[in-house]
Design a protein around this ligand. Sequence first.
Ligand code: ZN
Length: 417
Amino acid sequence: MKIEKYSIGIGDRFGHQGVAQLSAFVKAREHGVDIVPVWNKSNREHTLIGTQPGNTRIEADEAAATLGWKASYYVDADHIGIKTVDPFIGPSNYFTLDVADFIGEEPALDDLADFTKYCSKFIGTLSIPGIKHGLDVTMETVVSVGKKYLNAVKEAGKIYRYIASRKGKENFITEVSTDETNTPQTPVELFFVLAALSREQVPLQTVAPKFTGQFLKGVDYVGDVAQFAREFEHDVAVIAHAIKEFGLPETLKISIHSGSDKFSIYPVINKTIKKFDAGLHLKTAGTTWLEEVIGLAKSGGDGLVVAKEIYAQSYLRFDELAKPYLTVIDIPMEKLPTPAVVNKWRSADFVLALQHDPMCPQYSTAFRQLVHIGFKVAAEMGDRFTDLLDESAGIINNGVTENIYERHLRPIFLGND
Ligand SMILES: [Zn+2]
């Protein structure tokens, strides 16, 4: 199985927006860009909502059938490890092996010695097409990458072989992710991590490093855009070079996680993938749920009541809801309106605070992030919430499609001009 050049990860917490999401990809095709959808839902999300990986497969299949979608689409077992992968084996055909927890574990001395011996040929200035002055590589670089990543790579090999033995190695796409960790990886580190993955015989087709800056859930990039641009360009160049150097799959490309709403870096991403004629995978997971809340608030009546209730509960249960997301949110409590204030809001006030329009003075990143992690509250409402989704389907579907197409696919792949 070979991943297409452009793919986008879409998340759908409650499984109601399959068709609305896929419609955005249909629209992109009409504008001349082929992008394939990857339905991703992590084990964490399934657990919090109480769904099964099989539900995502059903949703994807139904959406594809409804719209007569003939191109590929995938169902991603997002951020799985050896302990969580089992229920995903049947329904998924894309596996994101999360080995971040193994970064920094000391490898066996033999493994480290083998690795440094193999990599010693790269010591000096490593010239990589597309990187002006090449990259500096010293013995220390190689040893430190080995110490930091070899065990994580070994774990990736273990998970990959387990999935391959159950599913057949031709039947799925492999991604390796190291993004949910504290320190970013440099392009040099990425190069040697790819070396190690090739030696471990993991035929990865997408790789998700941790980039410089903050990729918070549902809000714009926080960090130095120029620095990100340099790093991203180097990463893309490193991947192209590593494919040849290490015999990795031709289709190998970069994967950006928590990629929703990173408006300020989309122009950089667009420019770079065009410059290098490179592929891209970007996971947008999560903001479809925000479009649902926006749609409910827009509908007024019971929809607005429920939207306010979700906010109030999320505010009161902040610590509990924030806990699984601490590395990917930044919500200063003092910037959050109290539920008493929000309860007085009209429909438009709620929508403007939540909708990601950076130009709007009422837009609040704290408010948006809190609602983002508040889906557990909606999940607990059960039918009361999902019935309202059905009632407001028209308004919500439009928002979902427009959000994916106008705010994501278009700037990322077509450019804003
Ligand atoms: Zn991730």
